[in-house]
Design a protein around this ligand. Sequence first.
Ligand SMILES: C[C@H](O)[C@H](O)[C@H]1CNC2=NC(N)=NC(=O)C2=N1
Length: 96
Amino acid sequence: MKLSDQEIAQALAELPGWTVVSGRLEKTYTFASYADGAAFALRIALLAEKKDHHPDLLGIGWKKVLVAYVTHSQGGITSLDVEAARAVDAVYTKFA
Ligand SMILES: C[C@H](O)[C@H](O)[C@H]1CNC2=NC(N)=NC(=O)C2=N1
């Protein structure tokens, strides 16, 4: 079920760096190297397959990766997106 604006605001308070852009939960991660960013993106892709919840990886840029979550089937942000954002932050601690 889609989260309300208030529920999203509460979730964001505990997700540093994540914002809502165009109805998606987004965060740009930075890395020491391009290869680190690419490796992170692959880790996130594998995590997505495991959880059966898939982010848009909107760009592997120069030492940065933009990750965006929305639940397509619900047409908005759900608790699945918030949980996935937390899981991606946990993966990132291995790269930061
Ligand atoms: C059948 C499968 O569970 C669905 O298609 C899943 C796969 N991954 C998904 N990922 C996202 N972000 N939203 C979905 O609605 C979604 N649906």
